[in-house]
Ligand binder design. Structure first.
Ligand code: PLP
Length: 498
């Protein structure tokens, strides 16, 4: 299997090269040349396997330059009870008639980003070894909260790597911030940026593609790679849990083999829902892909009108990991839907960079609306949904997941579609204790984060994840906060190259 850049189809390389580079030098994203297929027989054969074994079976189709032993090493190292609180790695909860929650937050940082970031460091170090590169890998991460911590946990003290995480100073929850600024490890740096997530992401993207910086690093024996979902090594692990949960549901008799299910994903950067699209294209019987946003509803508008326009107010919401106006992974989808038209992608994404806006053709609009349904809800509806799900079903969900539930309810009311549905549950409610508690019982909200965690435990009956309870007494290691224009100098300084 070869990978191509969305902005230059003539660039062609195997997965180890694509993963170690992260982003293509033309600014494009790597996509597999074709989408491998899985027959129903192949899916059935996964029934008796562990999550790690299912993952290896899916990766064997995409990372064909990895040996079987390498894939087994990566998957067994990443998906074990050493880092996940459940042997199944991901859990499926039956919420109500025909509606299932795919709980992706049983990993070390309590959000779905662990599903990919626990394995990415193994993919990266294995790739570098395969390519006989001896340069140190420098990971730069822009985070809206969850990626940063998950990447830090994945990369801490991994030999031959160094990681720097930038987060928007006012854009993450207290728990998310505490998780990051207390991070242990010799090869980690965490820094706040005075700006929003898009500022962090644009800053990181600019540094990645700055030729002066790249050659300075080269002289210092280093090279950049990316842990954001622009890296294929971040995206392909997410395909696995859609394949795996279908297999689990069918083998447990919740659905028939071959029965179609819908998937709902609370979306920001479009990575998680793109992974569901890949699973569908591989042959997993997935019907509608329901894309749920908060009031930063650039994707809802795009799916409904074909116009992508980031020129709008940016809102800080109670689902901060979805406070995003530039959804990077949409580029991969549009590349596929346009018949791999790299010139067209250059034009659209050039316009996005220059004017913050582009409009796709009628044909693409049409295929978008057949594949996807886009919807959004505001903070009031998010909290109302948390409360009604709790009161009706005794299930406590976090703010991001609640956005997905609400948009799904709207979809069902609008279309009458009763297809069985899997909702991606992307974070533990404890990660957003204050918002979840204010939705359930505002009188229990206080200034003290851990008092709120305790209150939430009483209400929800869910055990507090150890990863969060142990933060209470951890010392803060990082205090820095910089201007968005100073990120480049900061990176060079931290690497001793200034
Ligand atoms: C990152 C994140 C999302 C959005 O996922 P994308 O892949 O960026 O679309 C949703 N919920 C939570 C909790 C997240 O951390």
């Amino acid at each position: 299997m070869y990978y191509k850049s969305t902005r230059d189809s003539s660039l062609r390389m195997e997965s180890a090269a694509a993963i170690s580079r992260g982003i293509s030098e033309d600014g494009g994203l790597f996509v597999p040349e074709s989408i491998p297929q899985m027959t129903m027989e192949e899916l059935k054969a996964l029934s008796d396997m562990t999550y790690a074994q299912r993952a290896a079976a899916v990766f064997a189709k995409y990372l064909t330059d990895f040996t079987e032993a390498e894939l087994v090493y990566c998957t067994e190292s990443a998906y074990s009870e050493k880092s996940f609180e459940t042997a199944n790695i991901a859990e499926i909860a039956h919420l109500f008639d025909g509606t299932y929650m795919l709980e992706l937050w049983h990993g070390p940082t309590c959000a779905f980003k662990d599903m990919a970031l626990q394995i990415l460091p193994y993919f990266l170090t294995t790739s570098v070894k395969k390519l006989n590169m001896d340069s140190k890998i420098v990971i730069l991460v822009a985070t809206s909260g969850d990626t940063g911590k998950a990447a830090l946990e994945g990369f801490k003290d991994v030999p031959g790597t160094q990681i720097m995480v930038f987060y928007p100073e006012e854009g993450v929850s207290d728990m998310q911030k505490r998780q990051m600024v207390t991070q242990e490890g010799e090869n980690v740096t965490v820094c706040a940026v005075k700006g929003n997530f898009d500022d962090c992401q644009s800053g990181v993207k600019m540094i990645f593609t700055d030729n002066d910086v790249i050659s300075t690093l080269e002289q210092g024996g280093m090279r950049f790679s990316s842990a954001n979902s622009i890296n294929w090594g971040r995206l392909v692990p997410q395909v696995v849990y859609y394949v795996s949960s279908y297999v689990t549901m069918a083998s447990q008799g919740e659905i028939e083999w071959g029965e179609t299910i819908n998937v709902v994903v609370p979306t920001g950067n479009f990575g998680n829902i793109l992974a569901a699209y890949y699973a569908k294209m591989m042959g997993v019987p997935i019907g509608k892909l329901i894309c749920a946003s908060n009031v930063n509803k650039v994707l809802t508008d795009f799916i409904r009108t074909g116009v992508y326009d980031r020129n709008r107010d940016f809102y800080a919401t109670c689902s901060p990991s979805m406070d995003i106006l530039i959804s990077s992974n949409l580029e991969r989808l549009l590349y596929l839907l346009s018949g791999e038209d790299d010139a067209q992608i250059r034009e659209w994404f050039g316009a996005l960079a220059a004017e913050g806006k582009y409009e796709v053709s009628d044909a693409i609009k049409e295929s978008m609306s057949q594949l996807f349904y886009g919807g959004y809800c505001d903070d009031a509806a998010t909290k109302e949904t948390i409360r009604s799900i709790y009161e009706t079903y005794g299930y406590t969900c976090d703010t991001h997941t609640a956005v997905a539930v609400k948009v799904y309810q709207d979809y069902k009311a609008e279309t009458g579609d009763t297809t069985k549905t899997l909702i991606a549950s992307t974070a533990s409610p404890y990660k957003f204790s204050s918002s979840v508690l204010s939705a359930l019982d505002s009188e229990r909200v206080s200034e003290d984060e851990y008092a709120m965690v305790d209150e939430l435990a009483k209400l929800s009956g869910i055990a507090v994840p150890t990863a969060l309870s142990e933060l209470k007494t951890k010392e803060r290691r990082f205090h820095g906060s910089i201007d968005k224009n100073d990120m480049k100098q900061f990176v060079l300084g931290e690497l001793g190259l200034a």
